[in-house]
Design a protein around this ligand. Structure first.
Ligand code: B12
Length: 398
């Protein structure tokens, strides 16, 4: 992913994921805990806190130690129901997140009921490895999810092979890169997983040395990306920025633990979980929805679908519209050239096909979103378009 793909979130996320001694500046002081309320409310009152995506929210609530039995019970129910519904259709990373969320902050004797989920994850992790064997090193999902898998198996006594982890998580592996650009999020999640594995190794042999070496190189790569965006201070120092950059509940869920000085490595540490603020003020009422100001002003944008051929159209949409509105309008005007499909994900709508041409993880193909020829850093549901802008969806390889 290119530079423009790096959100302030990445800067903060990376610090949250690197072992905590590096992260003292991320933590919000006790007096300022109330400033986290907007983040909490964003996280809880959203359609993305439903279904399987609720796992992110539950994990975050438990990690930061918010003691609200009703709320926790409600989110827990949401997670359990969606596991029941999706069953074997869960991706490996989704299942890993579910386990992290359900088992977080529990004593080990309380958590026997989730043992079958850990065995399922062992199988899903092996399917990822097998897929890499047959498809040129490409997993079923991606390395962010493989890292979540290893982290979860490591934290909750699942079985995995240290040799496999050592071989697959070399920092030069192509799966750490999208379009030649190092993915900070992926690297950060891998550092967490490798740190857990490192702690589990008893002897001081070759395994330990190699894992240590992987961690060090990944941290170096992450830090070298950070210098370019350098937004850490600004982002959490102003409440406004928090509500802006982190208006997506998933973004809020990923950043909250960091702001409370917690990382995903803390989930099996019951005493660390319990030391949360407890008193954060969560509004139990849905915020009154801000009606989108139906603007009487219309803007005009150019929209292009780029495969081998180029298909372009001029579209008029109300001011304040997002990328998705433009795509929908273009589809109405010319369904043959501009028809598309999307799926809902934790980050909002994700474009999976245009003109019937579908992304494929085995081939590393996807639909990239661009503005003025540069990749945008948000999805179609969030990116607000401007008058005269040149938007593009491009058939690409990562
Ligand atoms: C892997 C990945 C990809 C892969 C996905 C395919 C694959 N092999 O899995 C590729 C490289 C194709 C990709 C593409 C894009 N990505 Co991406 N991606 C990720 C990453 C590293 C991990 C996602 C994951 O597996 N999560 C774990 C699983 C369990 O959760 P999940 O919700 O089920 O995951 C699915 C969705 O996240 C979806 N997805 C991936 N990226 C994006 C982006 C958006 C906007 C949406 C709605 C969904 C989505 O693919 C995942 C697998 O199915 C995240 C980092 C992060 N912090 O989450 C960035 C991340 C989600 N991506 C991001 C962006 C911006 C994009 C693009 C819009 C870039 C672009 N300009 O084209 C495109 C999406 C365009 C589209 N078609 O709609 C941003 C989103 C920020 C935001 N505020 O919206 C993130 C957070 C990276 C970052 N820090 O900037 N991505």
């Amino acid at each position: 992913m290119r530079e423009s793909h790096q959100l302030p979130l990445v800067g903060l996320l990376l610090f949250s994921l690197i072992p905590s001694q590096l992260c003292t500046i991320c933590e919000v002081s006790k007096e300022n805990h109330s400033r986290l309320n907007p983040l909490l409310n964003t996280m809880i009152h959203s359609k993305y806190a439903r279904g399987i995506q609720a796992a992110n929210v539950l994990l975050s609530l438990k990690l930061v130690g918010i003691q609200d039995q009703n709320l926790e019970q409600q989110v827990l129910q949401e997670v359990s129901d969606s596991v029941e519904k999706k069953r074997s259709d869960l991706t490996s990373g989704e299942l890993a997140l579910v386990i992290l969320a359900l088992r977080a902050c529990q004593n080990s004797h309380e958590s026997v009921i989730y043992l079958h989920l850990v065995s399922q994850l062992e199988e899903k992790f092996q399917e990822e490895i097998e897929n890499m064997g047959v498809h040129d090193g490409n997993p079923l999902t991606n390395y962010y999810q493989l890292s979540l898998d290893v982290l979860t198996l490591c934290l909750f006594n699942g079985s995995y092979s240290i040799t496999e982890v050592k071989n697959y998580f070399t920092p030069a592996n192509k799966n750490f890169y999208f379009g030649g650009q190092f993915s900070v999020d992926t690297g950060a999640m891998a550092v967490l997983a490798l740190t857990c594995v490192k702690r589990s190794i008893q002897n001081n042999g070759e395994d330990l040395q190699e894992i240590n070496h992987h961690i060090e190189s990944l941290v170096k790569k992450i830090l070298s990306e950070k210098k370019r965006n350098g937004l850490i201070g600004n982002t959490y120092s102003t409440g406004e920025a928090m509500q802006g950059a982190f208006h997506m509940p998933i973004a809020a869920a990923q950043i909250l633990p960091a702001l409370m000085g917690k990382t995903y490595l803390d989930v099996n540490n019951v005493s660390s979980c319990a030391s949360g603020p407890g008193h954060l003020n969560i509004s139990t009422h849905e915020p009154i929805p801000v009606e989108p100001t139906i603007s009487s002003t219309w803007i005009s944008v150019n929209y292009t679908v780029q495969i081998n051929e180029t298909f372009s159209i001029q579209v008029s949409v109300p001011k304040g519209s997002v990328f998705l509105d433009v795509m929908e309008e273009a589809q109405k005007m010319n369904p043959t050239a501009f028809r598309f499909k999307y799926v809902e994900s934790s980050w909002g709508p994700y474009i999976i096909s245009v003109q019937g041409l579908e992304e494929n993880h085995n081939d590393r193909t996807y639909w990239q979103l661009l503005s003025e020829g540069k990749p945008v850093s948000q999805g179609v549901g969030s990116y607000v378009v401007h008058n005269g802008e040149n938007l593009e969806v491009r058939w690409s390889k990562y």
